[in-house]
Design a protein around this ligand. Structure first.
Ligand SMILES: Cc1cc2nc3c(=O)[nH]c(=O)nc-3n(C[C@H](O)[C@H](O)[C@H](O)COP(=O)(O)OP(=O)(O)OC[C@H]3O[C@@H](n4cnc5c(N)ncnc54)[C@H](O)[C@@H]3O)c2cc1C
Length: 300
């Protein structure tokens, strides 16, 4: 039986692995996609203390190498359920079953879709959830950014640097994001705010050629011709598979405080998937350390 199973090889999961291994425990990590999680496509991280600049890929690779050198085992399987059998936790994937003394859920979060028809099939054909990853494909083109928080504002500012025109569509009459960021956008000639409006249709057959926008006050529709639609309306966790084991808050995040303990003995959580106010690499790494040390201390 493995001492600690970690679900998710993002910053939280790999940090937890490092701390668990250094506490002398055996560690098995499961990853449903690629190791590194959300940060891997980010070209430049500038806010991780002690590292002035690093690409997301290099950051994740550093964590991966450190974890593997310490003796972690990594399996590329999606965990579909975890069962609490007292001192033993049973972790299931589509094809296998594993046992551990403690489990750390570090499943992170995903970008929230608008829920429009053909939105998913148009990803890579004009629909994107990451301006920093895909923005360069839209050089000198017209794009729509949908959202009203800091991510949407930052995306719009980033895209305005090299796109011909950026339409920023937001469902309210004021932005939730920083006032300074709004002011900066107001000063850019190629940015147009489309407020009190929602994107209601994606136009174009094989690739995005525009969007239909509906005014929330009047119900009138308007067509904006654009080659890109950047969706920046927040993130969502995917923790339903563990709903009978841990408490989920209204947003679907795993309820746990700074101690990373869930309501089930031996089940911990770390990173963006837990209830918290600041979702960053630093807090994910910190959670990983806290959860792993608590898990290690609880193993006889
Ligand atoms: C575009 C972008 C730029 C960012 N830039 C910065 C920045 O500059 N600085 C900063 O501090 N933060 C930044 N962040 C935020 C930062 O990336 C997150 O806070 C951090 O990645 C959270 O780490 P995590 O391990 O909790 O989750 P994630 O990184 O989301 O990793 C979770 C992992 O778990 C896996 N997983 C999920 N469910 C399962 C399952 N059932 N079975 C197996 N595996 C599963 C996922 O595939 C994923 O790899 C950025 C985020 C984005 C999207």
């Amino acid at each position: 039986m493995t001492d600690i199973i970690i679900v998710g090889a993002g910053t939280a999961g790999m940090s937890a692995a490092i701390y668990g291994l250094r506490a002398g425990k055996s560690v098995l990590v499961f990853e449903a996609a690629a190791y590194g999680g959300q940060i891997i496509n980010t070209p430049d991280i500038e806010n991780y203390p002690g590292i002035a600049h690093v690409s997301g890929f290099d950051f994740a690779t550093g964590l991966y190498n450190q974890m593997m050198d310490l003796g972690a085992e990594l399996k590329f399987e999606r965990v579909t359920s975890v069962e609490d059998a007292g001192d033993k936790k049973i972790v299931r994937t589509a094809s296998n079953e594993y046992e551990a003394k403690a489990v750390i859920l570090a499943t992170g979060a995903k970008n929230r879709p608008l829920g429009l028809e053909r939105e998913q099939e148009m990803i890579g054909s004009g629909v994107s959830y990451c301006a920093t990853c895909d923005g360069m494909f839209f050089r000198r083109k017209d794009v729509v950014v949908n959202g009203g928080g800091n991510t949407a504002l930052e995306d719009a500012a980033f895209l305005a640097n090299y796109c011909n025109k950026v339409y920023l569509v937001h469902r309210r009459d004021a932005f939730r994001g920083d006032a300074a960021a709004v002011k900066e956008l107001e000063s850019k000639e190629n940015v147009e705010f489309v407020l009190n409006a929602t994107v209601t249709k994606i136009l174009g057959e094989k690739k995005v050629e525009g969007v239909e926008v509906t005014d929330k006050l009047t119900g009138e529709t308007r067509v904006i011709e654009a080659q890109g639609l950047f969706v920046a309306i927040g993130q969502m966790p995917e923790n339903q598979a563990f709903a009978d084991l841990v408490d989920l808050d209204a947003g679907g995040y795993i309820a746990a405080g700074e101690d990373c303990l869930t309501r089930t003995s031996g089940i911990y959580t770390a990173g963006d998937c837990r209830t918290k106010t600041v979702r960053q690499l630093t807090t994910a790494a910190a959670d990983g350390a806290v959860a792993a040390l608590a898990a290690a201390a609880g193993i006889k």
